[in-house]
Write a protein that binds this ligand. Structure first.
Ligand SMILES: [Zn+2]
Length: 419
């Protein structure tokens, strides 16, 4: 099998990512493009122009997802979609999200130039929001497409400056009833190309990673309460030190998670110690627990056992423990047929992919509820992501884009639907 577009077709990929990084560029090299902010709007407007220059029909939906469309000759056939998100975290990198959008755009442009009109319509989407960095709502773009969100769901959301989401959306020109509805029911497949944001591909020497499932996540907010006594006058045996209890919990959690093995991950990520004073025994600690696994029953069981373990530690130390479930996302298996197609394509390029579970959430998990969905990863240098240091080499960027273009070709240009 020879690739239908070669790496040279993606010579513009790295420069296009550079160009995109100029929108929201910061002095120290980071990129901040928050939903509906000016750099975000400028980047989406730039992409719409670039899509039109590529001969695609560009359109925005009601929340600001941007589509570029290459119409097929079978107008009733299901639509083949690729893309990713354009928003970033604060001081994020140049590749997370932007890579999938830029590669998708160039793939459609290259296919149009070399293969002409597809049978099935091809679209690339620049999703308006994935990270949840400005408002406490992640997947605002893909969530609308999947019908998980309605506009009303953003009603209570404000950013750190107190700006309501509805106001920010209106100022950017979105949220009007005459704009096209976001919901899609015409999709035949969604393929997302993304940087790994981890170090597994680099460590194992793989140039491509194929996501078998996106891990489900459970997060808890916990409070451990003891007594804030004098650090000088309270003998060790008479203390109920909340922080010492939480430290024991965190270490025990780490041991349990290591014993459970990959791909389970468990993290105590935030600690708030009260009163947080050098000469007072910590009387209260609030902390978070984040657990991820791609199998629902394993995730459930690990969380239940971890909370039981925390309760036993608290009780032995005379502390009280309160645990509130705070966030839950279901594991999202990727489509086996579409994943197998990508696997064949990667192997045909002599780049057998590593099958992996994505511990990070992605828009693809929302699309998985709508249509056959798959995700392809390229390495992130040093595993670094959500940082100005994020980097993927032009060669690695091209590998993923070539595989993506082949996959889109198989889906949109072949007489027979391959799934
Ligand atoms: Zn991303």
């Amino acid at each position: 099998m020879t690739a239908c577009l070669r790496a040279e077709a993606f010579a513009e990929l790295a420069p296009l990512l550079e160009r995109l990084a100029a929108f929201g560029a910061e002095e120290r090299g980071g990129v901040t493009r928050l939903l509906y902010a000016q750099p975000w709007l400028d980047a989406q407007t730039f992409l719409a122009k670039r899509m039109r220059a590529a001969g695609l029909e560009a359109r925005f939906d009601r929340v600001g997802n941007l589509y570029g469309r290459l119409p097929g000759s079978l107008p009733e056939a299901p639509i083949v979609l690729t893309g990713s998100h354009i928003d970033t975290v604060r001081s994020g990198g140049r590749y997370d999200g932007a890579y999938g959008v830029a590669a998708g755009l160039l793939a459609l442009e290259g296919l149009k130039r070399t293969r002409g009109t597809p049978l099935r319509t091809l679209e690339v989407v620049s999703l308006c929001e994935e990270e949840g960095s400005r408002f406490p709502l992640a997947y605002w773009g893909s969530g609308h497409i999947a019908g998980v969100y309605r506009l009303e769901d953003g009603a209570g959301a404000v950013d750190s400056d107190g700006v309501p989401l509805a106001e920010a959306m209106a100022a950017a020109g979105f949220g009007r009833s005459e704009q096209p509805d976001c919901r899609r029911s015409d999709l035949g497949a969604y393929v997302e190309l993304h940087i790994e944001q981890g170090i597994v591909l680099e460590r194992t020497g793989h140039r491509l990673g194929l996501v078998e499932a996106i891990a489900g996540q459970k997060r808890f907010a916990l409070t451990v309460t003891g007594a804030s006594d004098h650090a000088g006058t309270t003998p060790m045996a008479l203390r109920t030190d909340a922080l010492a209890g939480v430290a024991e919990m965190a270490v025990a959690l780490e041991a349990r998670a290591l014993a459970a093995g990959d791909p389970l991950v468990a993290t105590v990520g935030r600690l708030e110690v009260r009163p947080n004073t050098p000469n007072v025994i910590p009387g209260e600690v609030r902390f978070t627990l984040d657990v991820r696994h791609h199998r629902d029953e394993k995730l459930e069981r690990f969380c239940r056992e971890a909370l039981e373990l925390f309760a036993a530690i608290a009780s032995r130390r005379g502390l009280t423990l309160d645990a509130q479930a705070w966030l839950e996302t279901e594991p999202a298996p990727m489509h086996s047929g579409l994943t197998a197609l990508l696997d064949r394509i990667c192997c045909g390029m002599n780049l057998p992919p590593l099958r992996m579970v994505s511990g990070a959430g992605h828009d693809a998990q929302l699309f998985a509820t709508l249509c056959p969905t798959a995700m392809l990863f390229v390495p992130s240098k040093g595993g670094v992501s959500h940082s100005p240091e994020e980097y993927t080499s032009p060669e690695n960027l091209a590998d993923g884009a070539v595989a993506l273009a082949d996959c889109l070709y198989e889906l949109a240009y072949r007489e027979e639907w391959p799934l």
